[in-house]
Design a protein around this ligand. Structure first.
Ligand SMILES: [Zn+2]
Length: 313
């Protein structure tokens, strides 16, 4: 029998095998877990394609706080009702994407007279470890979209009110065509290890007794590795080597992505930049000060140091 060929010129059997191989590869990619990545796939979107899922997650914010449902035994849940269902006045709503099979939406409320029964407004940070980690990350995504939308109401070039684009997460000026995308400020954060000790420092804003790894924003024109080297040099006057990427973490307070590195000490003695930090030192595993919360990539970098040193001893 004559074998039909598809448009790509590949016979159907081979095409099927290739498709299966693609699916297999994608599944392998999906099952590999990275730090701070979602465990369930999320597909960002601008509007639901086709049917809306029967369940929904609504990330509803008012004055920087998120509206959550309080279930039995004081369990906290992300809201499954729309502001319309709850009779709440909105300034802005937008589709966020599909999490697994559940559609997600973001909304910002206008002033509301009263909180609906069995609901509360909570600070986002306070929900870490209280709601599922994936939903915490999606709430972080949602609040960044609200910030961007609120702070880009007018064109930065000609001051005309901006209009949402339907095709992408962007706002466009109807007068001069300037397009604004959500703002993201990359920052590098790094562990620096000198034999069996790690460099930790504290900023005046930290809780009493807490020390963390150094971090700073990336400057225009700089590679991430250059930013790592510069930050350590500027803040403690120490030179470093062996700069290695470790992991990244979206940080929605207010709109960063933290890019984490490890590095080793190469020379110099600590001399702190007093404008940025108030103390810094080298700490062994046995004499660590109070550390940043588990929510943070700083904690992961320090934990990696502890694990490596514990293995050696
Ligand atoms: Zn304009």
């Amino acid at each position: 029998m004559f074998m039909q060929h598809d448009h790509s010129g590949i016979c159907p059997a081979l095409s099927t095998i290739r498709k299966q191989a693609d699916i297999f590869r994608q599944e392998q990619i999906m099952t590999k877990q990275y730090h701070f990545s979602l465990k369930t796939p999320f597909r960002p979107g601008n509007h639901p394609d086709g049917s809306i899922s029967s369940a929904a997650f609504w990330f509803i914010f008012s004055k920087e706080k998120i509206l959550v449902q309080i279930a039995e035994e004081d369990k906290v849940r992300v809201c499954s009702f729309s502001p319309e269902d709850l009779g709440l006045p909105v300034i802005f709503t937008r589709y966020l994407g599909r999490y697994g099979v559940i559609d997600c939406f973001v909304a910002e409320l206008d002033d509301i007279p009263a909180v609906p029964p069995a609901m509360q407004f909570r600070g986002l940070r306070s929900l870490f470890g209280v709601i599922d980690d994936d939903l915490f990350s999606l709430a972080g995504r949602a609040i960044q979209i609200i910030h961007w939308h609120r702070e880009h109401r007018f064109c930065g070039k000609c001051a005309t009110p901006m209009i949402d684009r339907r095709s992408e997460l962007a706002r466009k000026c109807p007068n001069c065509d300037f397009i604004s995308y959500p703002r993201l400020s990359p920052a590098v954060i790094m562990s620096v290890v000198r034999e069996d000790r790690i460099l930790l420092a504290r900023a005046p804003r930290f809780p009493a007794g807490m020390y963390s790894t150094l971090a700073g924003f990336v400057e225009p024109g700089e590679t991430l590795e250059e930013a790592v080297r510069r930050e350590v040099s500027e803040e403690v006057a120490v030179s470093i080597d062996n700069i290695q990427y470790v992991a990244s973490q979206p940080w929605p307070f207010p709109h960063s992505i933290m890019i984490g590195f490890s590095a080793t000490y190469a020379g110099g003695e600590i001399r702190i930049d007093e404008k940025e930090i108030e103390d810094a030192g080298w700490f062994s595993v046995d004499e660590l000060p109070q550390l940043p919360a588990k929510i943070s990539i700083a904690h992961l970098l320090i934990e990696n140091f502890i694990k490596k040193k514990s293995k050696k001893s």
